[in-house]
Design a protein around this ligand. Structure first.
Ligand code: AP5
Length: 229
């Protein structure tokens, strides 16, 4: 065990829904690849009104659109390596500064350097760490399917779509991410242990860490997260 797709416009986003629900925390979601960060962030966004910024989704969108960032990021992502810090920091900084009210950072920070940069931009209230056994992570990721249109995630066994190959939410086509092959997944887990796991201690030292077991049903984990908000 290891101890957006939401598009945000250029104007300042006042997250009224989250504020009216009292859901105004600034949250970092930590956990290894496949621990359910995206799945839970999606629920927190749709049911609790949090804004979600997913660096993985933003980078995949840049790759799809073949922007200069996307062209630089692609080879790192396909190999399961981290995209260089500066590229990701430039991408995230403006997004975070535009937000007001509660939000979730899914996939950022991923290195101590990124965490230090984040400290200079905003005050994080809580870091939620989802903890899942390695072999389960491999199984989850190699059987994951993702929507091309809205980035919703499914699992062929644990969370299958109602119609094969089609997103329940928007009808978009489901695909297998190029980094969800077993070899790349194992490399992502190695990269996670070397670079991202130290963040658990970083946020623990600041008294902001909450560990939540990432195994159990998606509903159970969501309920456990809600008790911390
Ligand atoms: P990113 O897209 O962020 O990938 P990740 O962190 O590896 O996380 P995943 O999206 O793979 O998993 P998840 O924890 O969101 O799990 P999910 O909910 O989908 O990053 C991709 C790449 O971009 C990186 O490798 C890197 O190259 C680059 N990058 C991104 N951010 C970066 C940064 N800050 N710095 C540098 N580079 C960066 O769930 C997984 C599966 O499990 C799904 O099939 C789901 O249905 C299923 N599932 C979820 N919960 C459960 C449950 N409770 N029980 C059973 N199955 C479940």
């Amino acid at each position: 065990m290891y101890a957006l797709n939401h598009s945000i416009g250029r104007k300042k986003v006042i997250n009224e829904n989250a504020i009216s629900l009292g859901m105004d925390k600034r949250i970092v979601l930590l956990g290894p690849p496949g621990s359910g960060k995206g799945t839970q962030a999606e629920r927190m966004e749709s049911e609790l009104g949090y804004k979600r910024i997913s660096t993985g989704d933003l980078l995949r969108e840049a790759v799809r659109k073949q922007t200069s960032l996307g062209k630089k990021a692609k080879e790192y992502m396909d190999a399961g390596e981290l995209v260089p810090n500066q590229l990701v920091v430039d991408l995230i900084k403006e997004k975070v500064e535009e937000l007001d009210g509660g939000y979730i950072l899914d996939g950022f920070p991923r290195t101590l350097k990124q965490a230090e940069v984040l400290e200079g931009i905003t005050d994080i209230d809580i870091a939620i760490n989802l903890d899942v056994d390695e072999e389960e992570l491999v199984d989850r990721l190699t059987k994951r399917r993702t929507c091309k249109e809205c980035n919703a995630v499914y699992h062929l066994m644990f969370n299958p779509p109602k119609a094969e190959g089609k997103c329940d939410k928007c009808g978009g086509e489901l695909y297998q991410r190029s980094d969800d092959t077993e070899a790349v997944v194992r490399e992502r887990l190695r990269v996670y242990k070397d670079n991202t796991l130290p963040l658990v201690e970083f946020y623990s030292g600041k008294g902001k860490l909450v560990n939540i077991p990432g195994t159990g049903s998606i509903d159970e984990i969501f309920e456990a997260i809600k008790t911390q908000l």
